[in-house]
Ligand binder design. Structure first.
Ligand code: C5P
Length: 305
């Protein structure tokens, strides 16, 4: 039985927090489940591309959201749902205002909305000094989306089930993955539509994800053939814009290109900044590109005022 705080005790008047994006180093789709979800094995890594959230207390009992992307200003936004779920879990009525500065592309395979939701749970728990651990937050996170539990831990993790079973891995950045070029084609892709269109012939076992996990744990170079995303073949087939973007990255000199999640964002790893910057310069202006790197957020980039 949780101790329900009689009144909220914020540690500061304002609370700022970064909400990082992720890429999927692997994504094995094992098969379709009776509940409609797909059984997965996936390795996720947070990258230094982030949204910023600002929390402040209000005098009413509502959760208000103000977002730099107008289409996200809805009561169904995962940030609002996360705050409501936490308040309901502990019987808290304190109102709050959340400002969300969006930089991570939306519906892009980068987990932006899921990250915002997880960070909202963590930030409110910390800021309001609530008696909950990350493990306590897991069921709420999983109820909000399959990727949300990963972002409670961030960094590098091996995830199974529909994605919600998270096994954090020791921080390690392979030498050929020091820099990451992300390219977001100018289309939006619906995750449910991508999973629905996936033929059973693209199902695999968890071999690829386990091979990459073993290499990461042993701090070895990653076997390139195991950097496999089971959704990629079909996404490239169904969305010519993604195939064109992939060709553009390869033509510009990227040694390797993979889809992140259900896309449409592609990522290309590099061992040195100069090579990554050269490809970035060739594609910048023509495509939405981000030159970034893996990150292991120790404190989620929290800032207090
Ligand atoms: O869990 P989340 O709400 O993010 O999933 C969005 C949709 O993506 C699901 O409703 C389902 O159609 C699909 N999905 C899936 N298998 C997963 C994760 C998501 O089929 N493991």
């Amino acid at each position: 039985m949780k101790l329900v705080p009689s009144s909220i005790q914020p540690t500061s008047r304002h609370y700022f927090v970064h909400s990082y994006a992720k890429i999927n180093l692997t994504l094995d789709v094992l098969g379709k489940r009776a509940d409609g979800y797909h059984e997965l094995a996936t390795i996720m890594q947070t990258v230094d591309l982030f949204d910023t959230l600002h929390f402040s207390i209000t005098d009413d009992e509502e959760v208000h959201l103000s977002c730099t992307k107008r289409e996200l200003n809805t009561p169904t936004n995962l940030v609002v749902r996360a705050a409501e779920a936490l308040r309901q879990h502990l019987g808290i009525r304190q109102g709050l205002c959340i400002e969300l500065q969006k930089q991570v592309p939306m519906a892009a395979g980068l987990g932006g909305g899921s990250s915002n939701a997880a960070v909202t749970l963590l930030a409110l728990t910390d800021w309001w000094q609530l008696p909950l651990t990350s493990t306590d937050l897991l069921p709420i996170a999983a109820s909000l989306g399959s990727d949300v539990p990963f972002f409670l831990f961030a960094g590098l993790a091996y995830c199974t089930g529909r994605g919600e079973h998270v096994k954090p891995l020791a921080p390690y950045i392979p030498s050929n993955m020091l820099w990451l070029l992300l390219l977001k084609p100018a289309i939006s892709v619906s995750t449910p539509a991508v999973f629905k269109a996936l033929p059973a012939s693209d199902y695999t076992d968890d071999t690829h994800s386990r091979a990459i996990k073993t290499a990461l744990l042993n701090k070895k170079p990653l076997p390139v053939e195991d950097l496999h995303n089971g959704l990629e073949r079909n996404v490239l087939l169904l969305y010519p814009e993604v195939e064109q973007a992939r060709a553009a990255l390869l033509n510009a000199g990227a040694p390797l290109v993979r889809l992140s999640g259900s896309g449409p964002t592609l990522f290309a790893p590099f061992s040195d900044l100069a090579s990554a910057a050269e490809v970035h310069a060739k594609l910048h202006g023509q495509y939405e590109v981000y030159l970034t790197h893996p990150i292991f957020p120790s404190s989620l980039g929290r800032k207090f005022i």
